[in-house]
Design a protein around this ligand. Structure first.
Ligand SMILES: Cc1cc2nc3c(=O)[nH]c(=O)nc-3n(C[C@H](O)[C@H](O)[C@H](O)COP(=O)(O)O)c2cc1C
Length: 422
C-alpha cells in the first residue's frame, strides 16, 4: 500500500498524522497518506481545483457583479489569472432593468467622521445587468473563443415563467459558457417580478423553478443563495435535490448603510430618498462563514457521496479569508467587492497568501485541507460537556489520586501522569 511505503520513507518520524482525518466531505485516507512532510513540502503548493468537471488554475473566482460586467473587464480577469469568471447577472429583457446613481454607500472603520478609515462595509442598490442580452451573449462567445481553456460562468435570473427560463438557458448555453449560476438571491429590486431573492426565500417556488432549470440545462448549475432567510440550509437542500450541481453562498445582506445626520436622509441618497440594499465586503465575512458552515454540514450529512460543489462568497480580501472558506468545505471562493477595491491584479496576492498558508501547514493541494475545520463545530450543550470534562481532568492532574478507587479507564494515562515527579 502506498501509505506503508510512505511511512517507511519517513522512518522514525511520528506517523500519527497519517491517521485518517476527515478531509473534504468525509474523504480521508487517500489524500492524507500522500501529504508530504515539512522538509519535503513543494515550494509552490498546487492551487488548481476541479469543480463539477471544470478545471481551474486556482480557486479564486470573480463573483457576479461589476467585475464581470463586460468583455473588457472579464478579459482582464482572465489575463490577470483568476481561476474563473462569473459574469454579471443577465435576464432576457434588459430594458426592464433601470439603475440609479449613486448606487453605492460605504462603511469605514475608525473613520470618526473622516473619509480616511478603512472600508469594511459596502452597500449597493445596483440591479442586474442593464446591458442588452444580445451584447452580453456576443461577449461571452468572444471570450470563450479567445480563452477556450478558461472557465466562464453565466449568471442568470428570470421571472416566474418556465418558457422564459428555458429560452435564457438555451441562449446562454449557445455561447459556449462552461456553467450557469442562478441568481436566487438579489436582495433588492424586482421582487414584484418574482425575481432573485423572491424565489430563493420561497422553497416551494424554488423547487419548481430549479426543476425547470435543471430539466433544460446541459452544463453544471450552481444555485446562489440569499443570506436573508432564517435557515439557509433549507433552500440549499431544495436546490441540490432539484438537480443543481453546486451551491454558491452568500449574496449580499439586506442593509441600510446609514442616515446622514446633517440632511436626515438615508444613504445612498437618490433625489433625497433611498431603499434598503445589499451589504458586502469585510464586515459580512463572519456571517458568510457561518452560512457556508451550515450549508457544508448539511451537504456533508445529506449529499456526501455525490459530486456537489460549494462556492464561498463574502468579504474575501486575503488568502487567509479564502482559506477559511475552504477549511469549511468550499471548493472555490468568489470575490466581488474586493476586486472593486483592489483591482484585478489582486488575484496574485490572494494566490501567494493562500500558498503561504498551505506551506505553513504542509498542505500540498486544496483537497488536502478542504473541509477539515468543519468537525470542530458542535452544539453549545456539547461545549459545556467538553469543558466540564476538561476541568475535571485538569483537577485530577493537579491533585493526584487521593485513593485507589479514583482510577478511571478513560483518564488512566492522565491519572498516572498526575503522580509522576519528573
Ligand atoms: C455592486 C455589486 C453588484 C452585484 N451584482 C450582483 C449580480 O448582478 N448578481 C449576483 O449574483 N450577485 C451580485 N452581487 C453580489 C456579489 O456577487 C457577492 O455575492 C456579494 O457582494 C458578497 O461578496 P463580496 O463581499 O466579495 O462582494 C453584487 C455585489 C455588489 C457589491
Amino acid at each position: 500500500m502506498a501509505s506503508l511505503s510512505f511511512t517507511s520513507q519517513i522512518g522514525g518520524k511520528d506517523a500519527s498524522w497519517l491517521q485518517c482525518r476527515p478531509l473534504g466531505f468525509g474523504r480521508c485516507a487517500e489524500r492524507v497518506r500522500f501529504r508530504v512532510f515539512a522538509s519535503e513540502s513543494p515550494t509552490h503548493p498546487d492551487l488548481s481545483v476541479t469543480v463539477n468537471g471544470l478545471r481551474m488554475p486556482n480557486p479564486f473566482v470573480i463573483g457576479s457583479g461589476p467585475p464581470g460586467t463586460n468583455y473588457t473587464v472579464m478579459k482582464k480577469a482572465f489575463d490577470e489569472g483568476w481561476g474563473a469568471v462569473i459574469a454579471k447577472t443577465v435576464s432576457l429583457d434588459a430594458s426592464k432593468v433601470i439603475n440609479v446613481t449613486p448606487r453605492y454607500a460605504r462603511l469605514r472603520a475608525g473613520a470618526n467622521g473622516s473619509a480616511k478609515g478603512q472600508i469594511i462595509g459596502w452597500e449597493n442598490i445596483e440591479l442586474i445587468s442593464d446591458r442588452p442580452l444580445e451584447t452580453m451573449l456576443k461577449e461571452f462567445k468572444q471570450l470563450k473563443e479567445e480563452y477556450p481553456d478558461r472557465v466562464l460562468i453565466a449568471s442568470i435570473m428570470e421571472e416566474y415563467d418556465k418558457a422564459a427560463w428555458e429560452e435564457l438557458i438555451d441562449r446562454v448555453e449557445q455561447t459556449g459558457i462552461d456553467a450557469i449560476e442562478i441568481n436566487f438571491s438579489c436582495p433588492h429590486g424586482m421582487p414584484e417580478r418574482k425575481m432573485g431573492a423572491a424565489v430563493g426565500q420561497d422553497c416551494a417556488l424554488l423547487e419548481e423553478v430549479c426543476g425547470w432549470i435543471n430539466a433544460k440545462a446541459t452544463v453544471p448549475v450552481w444555485a446562489k443563495m440569499t443570506p436573508n432567510i432564517t435557515d439557509i440550509t433549507q433552500p440549499a437542500r431544495v436546490a441540490l435535490r432539484s438537480g443543481c450541481e453546486g451551491i454558491s453562498a452568500i449574496n449580499t445582506i439586506m442593509s441600510v448603510m446609514g442616515i446622514n445626520l446633517n440632511t436626515l436622509r438615508p444613504e445612498p441618497c437618490v433625489e433625497g430618498y433611498s431603499t434598503p440594499g445589499g451589504y458586502s465586503c469585510k464586515a459580512v465575512h463572519p456571517i458568510a462563514l457561518a452560512k457556508v458552515m451550515s450549508i457544508a454540514q448539511m451537504m456533508k450529512a445529506e449529499f456526501r457521496d455525490k459530486d456537489y460543489s460549494l462556492s464561498g462568497i463574502g468579504g474575501v480580501e486575503t488568502g487567509g479569508d479564502a482559506a477559511e472558506f475552504i477549511l469549511l468545505g468550499a471548493n472555490t471562493v468568489q470575490v466581488c467587492t474586493g476586486v472593486m477595491m483592489h483591482g484585478y491584479g489582486h488575484v496574485k496576492k490572494l494566490c501567494s497568501e493562500l500558498q503561504d498558508f498551505m506551506k505553513m501547514q504542509n498542505f500540498s493541494s486544496i483537497e488536502d485541507f478542504r473541509g477539515i475545520s468543519l468537525e470542530y463545530f458542535t452544539t453549545h450543550t456539547d461545549l459545556v460537556r467538553r469543558q466540564q470534562e476538561a476541568i475535571r481532568q485538569r483537577k485530577a492532574v493537579r491533585k493526584g489520586l487521593q485513593s485507589d478507587k479514583e482510577w478511571t479507564g478513560d483518564g488512566f494515562v492522565n491519572e498516572t501522569e498526575s503522580m509522576v515527579s519528573n
